[in-house]
Ligand binder design. Structure first.
Ligand SMILES: C[S@@+](CC[C@H](N)C(=O)[O-])C[C@H]1O[C@@H](n2cnc3c(N)ncnc32)[C@H](O)[C@@H]1O
Length: 401
């Protein structure tokens, strides 16, 4: 017989009742609903949540959770600079922003991560929760972008290699392979196998991400794009660097760990004759302290072993905002999963066979730790959405400094 049922049978108090009584005697509420201002456990003392806190009150057994307050604004800190405020205003003016919250476990805005963790442990014991497993949470305001996929027009012009024959070009492209990213080249050549079904899925994914990532940056900056410098960390073959440069950025600098990726990016820059882009082999950990207006951190967060420091470095590198595009696990709790035995010979992997994958809530908390003052989800609405983004397994987050 367990402690609880023994107590019922004998009329004595259960351990939980004793605990509740002790808490009441000590004059403390049973649950601290609101995080006290200035006590953010994310280790950076300047941060404090700005969202409204419901009045503290005791949580009684079986009571419904408090209603989820809609976020009035993106909520990483109250301590926002004037420049950050201007970005937030600009985002509100330039985009359709959906502020409704979709939360599997309520209370994310008003509880510390530790309290959310407890709420999650209760949530996962409830058989009804299983029904919500596939639901994608949205805890940040969403920039909603409606589009049709399209190839960038620069792929139709190849002034850099106009003199090469088809055979010469094919030999060069083959020598630089294997390729992981689809590009259309001169003479009807392509970097990946455009006739293959799986490659079709890959192409659709890249064209979707192109709109969600570089399309959003270009639309947010408008005419200021021509004065904007961009760093693309972990650029691989340079798909997003080239795209943003071709959209009119002042200069885009792409760095990647692997020389073979940078060789591909450099070839493509020359092939398309795009001058306002440069590429270099570099480890993200060894970057100089230069600053760029915008930092693209795409598909890299979940390949590093120190994600908090990595995003803090992204924060230091950017003047205006960063775009963090990352795989996210969907468990409704702030957490990281450790993956091991990754094959680091693959050109898309990280430096080490270990990596940490965030949950969505973990990624948001990490942006807060890094120092960003506001954050948004970017959601792409199109005829056939990208499966990973639609299911919430991948997120494009715009983080304002
Ligand atoms: C999954 S791919 C993402 C490529 C591209 N940014 C995108 O979103 O499609 C990860 C890339 O990051 C690079 N990378 C991983 N760890 C890195 C590090 N510490 N410093 C620089 N590049 C890194 C890899 O070489 C690889 O090209």
């Amino acid at each position: 017989m367990g402690v609880r049922s023994a107590a019922v049978a004998t009329g004595r108090s259960s351990v939980r009742d004793l605990w509740k009584r002790a808490r009441r005697r000590a004059g403390r509420p049973l649950r601290r609903w609101a995080r006290p201002a200035g006590q953010n456990p994310a280790a950076r003392p300047t941060k404090a949540r700005v969202t409204p806190s419901p009045a503290p009150g005791p949580e009684t057994a079986g009571a419904a959770p408090p209603p989820e307050p809609a976020p009035a604004e993106p909520w990483l800190t109250a301590d926002r600079s004037d420049a950050a405020r201007r970005w937030v205003d600009e985002i509100g003016q330039r985009f359709e922003v959906d502020r409704t919250v979709v939360a599997k476990v309520p209370g994310h805005l008003t509880r510390s991560s530790q309290e959310q963790f407890k709420a999650w442990t209760r949530w996962r014991r409830d058989p009804e929760s299983v029904k919500q497993l596939m639901l994608a949470e949205y805890l940040l305001p969403r920039i909603v972008r409606r589009f049709e996929r399209s190839w960038p027009s620069y792929m139709e012009h190849t002034p850099g290699h106009a003199d090469r024959s088809r055979e010469e070009l094919l030999a060069l492209v083959t020598r630089l392979g294997p390729w992981r990213v689809p590009f259309q080249l001169a003479h009807g050549l392509t970097t990946t196998n455009f006739g293959d079904f799986r490659d079709g899925v890959l192409r659709q994914r890249y064209l979707f991400r192109r709109e969600v990532i570089t399309g959003t940056v270009a639309e947010l900056l408008g005419e200021r794009l021509a004065d904007t410098t961009v760093l693309d960390v972990g650029c691989n073959a340079g798909f997003f660097s080239l795209d943003l440069a071709a959209r009119g950025a002042k200069h885009v600098h792409g760095i990647d760990l692997r020389p073979e990726n940078i060789a591909q990016a450099q070839f493509l820059k020359d092939h398309y004759g795009i001058d306002n882009v440069s590429f270099a082999v570099s480890d993200a950990d060894d970057l100089p302290n230069d600053q760029w207006d915008v930092v693209l951190n795409l598909g890299v967060l979940y390949h590093v072993t120190a994600p908090l420091q990595f995003l803090h470095q992204t924060f230091n590198l950017c003047r205006g905002f960063a775009v963090v595009d990352t795989n996210c696990h969907t468990e409704p709790v702030s957490a990281y999963f450790v993956l091991s035995d990754k094959n680091v010979d693959r050109p898309t992997e990280g430096r080490e066979p270990y990596e940490l994958h965030p949950t969505y809530r973990g990624a948001i908390e990490t942006l807060g730790y890094a120092g960003f003052s506001a954050a948004y989800d970017v959601v792409g609405i199109t005829e056939s959405p990208h499966d990973k983004y639609a299911l919430g397994h991948r997120r494009c987050l715009v983080a304002v400094k």
